[in-house]
Design a protein around this ligand. Structure first.
Ligand code: NAP
Ligand code: GLV
Length: 312
């Protein structure tokens, strides 16, 4: 019998066990923290933010599946068994939700919607916040991978001038490509809206900092939908309060849930959401994992395997 360990919150375990039973009836699924199991019986595992040290206790695990696109929650485990392939979740529905989040918050800023919300609350007929020309609102996307590329393509369709920054040079229609540390400053200098969609790695940790913000045009807006560890929160608040940045939208935070003491909760120029830009759909992910396990058992090559050297 092939056994899968699911490291998911026990109160929503059913959301995973039901579709897994449908798509892989030949698979025994055990829930970490709920079902008894012997470490040596586990062949495959899935999870999102697993307890550190857990995977090194599984001597026969063959593949570990991340239920998120980001795998920083696995790689922060110093005991993660790097000889075992780690597969990250790449899916059209997840990328599409992220794209929608980026388009929504780009338009909210571009169309000055928050100013209209405030005017409405005061019953003001405020025909005074004209959007700037779309052609003059340059969107720069940090991370031109699965999600960054889809977001960039949709923004380009809305006529925004779009550029992307990645480790390696890209050739995507209507998206200007900047690559590597040497081109970061030039990229930032032409980004009126800066969107972060990078993986969190040692190379990208705290990449959104006071130096980065100083290199953005005055009045720029920041959207971080990647990971809280990308952002130095105090530097962002200082850059907004000094008037250099116009504001920010944040979905992710260095500490989650965001502590009640954080000034971000009440900052008038920050829009925040509680790490919901995109949610993995258990039905979709269960099918993906079931297919990948079936393929792996037949000797097929795994897709979306994390490069441990690069950290994504
Ligand atoms: P991906 O396909 O792996 O793309 C990552 C991109 O970042 C690639 O273009 C890569 O460059 C670039 N990159 C990585 N390290 C870099 C560096 N040091 N310098 C320059 N560019 C670098 O990842 P994805 O699927 O688009 O996901 C991106 C992130 O979104 C995830 O890691 C996760 O943290 C976040 N996310 C958040 C939510 C949410 O709900 N808030 C949901 C899903 C995902 P190359 O192409 O040259 O390799
Ligand atoms: C969510 O944050 C993900 O990485 O998919």
């Amino acid at each position: 019998m092939t056994t899968l360990l699911a490291v998911v919150p026990t109160f929503i375990a059913r959301l995973w066990t039901e579709p897994l039973a449908q798509y892989a009836p030949w698979l025994k699924v055990v829930i970490h923290g709920q079902d008894d199991y012997k470490p040596e019986e586990i062949d495959y595992a899935l999870g999102f933010r697993p307890p550190p040290g857990l995977f090194k206790t599984l001597p026969n695990v063959k593949v570990i599946f991340s239920l998120g696109a980001g795998v920083d929650g696995f790689l922060s485990d110093k005991d993660f068994p790097k000889q075992i392939p780690l597969v990250r979740f790449v899916d059209h529905t997840l990328s599409r939700e992220m794209m929608q989040y980026v388009v929504l918050h780009t338009l909210m800023f571009h169309r000055t919607q928050r100013q209209f919300d405030r005017a409405q609350a005061q019953k003001q007929w405020a025909q005074m916040f004209p959007p700037r020309r779309t052609e003059d609102t340059r969107v720069g996307i940090l991370g031109l991978g699965e999600i960054g590329t889809m977001a960039g393509e949709y923004l380009a369709r809305l006529d925004f001038p779009v550029s992307g920054w990645s480790r390696t040079k890209k050739s995507v229609p209507d998206i200007k490509s900047f690559a590597g540390d040497g081109e970061l400053e030039a990229f930032l200098g032409q980004s009126d809206i800066l969107v972060c969609l990078l993986p969190l790695t040692p190379a990208t940790y705290h990449i959104l900092n006071k130096k980065t913000f100083a290199q953005l045009p005055k009045g720029a807006y920041v959207i971080n939908a990647a990971r809280g560890g990308h952002l130095v929160e105090d530097d962002l608040i200082a850059a907004i309060d000094s008037g250099h940045l116009a504001g920010a939208t944040l979905d992710v935070f260095e500490t989650e849930p965001l502590p009640a003491t954080s000034p971000i909760w009440t900052h008038p120029k920050i829009t925040m959401t509680p790490h919901v830009a995109a949610m993995t759909d258990p039905r979709v992910a269960s099918r993906t994992v079931a297919d990948a396990i079936a393929g792996h058992m037949k000797g097929a090559k795994l897709d979306n395997v994390v490069d441990f050297e690069l950290g994504y």
